[in-house]
Write a protein that binds this ligand. Structure first.
Ligand code: HEC
Length: 145
């Protein structure tokens, strides 16, 4: 009996450490760095592009805690960083899709803007990974009783 209490005690310590680490991790993901947060503003159109191109949100959605829902005309970009990685920044210099090319060929994105957008996609991608941990914690919690 005494031993069971000890094991449960250890479980609780392990569990609280884990929860602490997880919440720190999602806090870190939510407080975006300056680059990602500048990218978010460009994406949603609260900052404008130097050469006057349209905001990405008019056609695309990204699920992110600090962003309203975006357009459904084109692909959801929440996990685009998983698919394209750092290559996004270069890709945005000459997008191969007619709808995008038409919007930006006379209003090209600067290298600086493309890097900021890439940082924002990276942050959105990381935030999604965090939410996967929640069912896991819930499962551990039900075991410690
Ligand atoms: C006029 C509408 C429009 C705007 C504005 C627009 N896009 Fe797109 N985008 C598209 C279309 C259409 C595609 C082709 C894929 C599809 O059908 O969804 C695409 C594809 C992409 C892809 C490739 C996705 C993949 O997984 O293959 C990326 C990345 C992307 N857009 C990023 C952006 C960013 C960043 C902006 C803002 C600078 C932007 N787009 C603005 C219409 C748009």
């Amino acid at each position: 009996m005494k031993r069971k209490g000890l094991i449960n005690g250890i479980r609780l310590i392990v569990l609280s450490t884990m929860i602490g680490l997880l919440s720190f991790q999602s806090y870190a993901a939510k407080t975006m760095d300056a680059e990602a947060s500048a990218g978010k503003k460009l994406f949603e159109g609260s900052s404008s592009f130097l050469n006057g191109g349209p905001a990405c949100i008019s056609c695309h959605n990204v699920n992110h805690s600090e962003l309203i829902s975006g357009g459904l005309f084109a692909k959801d970009l929440t996990k685009v960083y998983d698919r394209m990685g750092e290559g996004i920044a270069g890709w945005l210099g000459a997008p191969p899709f007619p709808a995008m090319a038409a919007s930006y060929q006379n209003h090209p994105l600067t290298e600086n803007e493309r890097n900021k957008l890439m940082a924002f996609f990276k942050s959105a991608n990381e935030e999604k990974k965090d939410s996967v941990c929640i069912p896991f914690v819930a499962e551990v919690l039900t075991e410690v009783k």
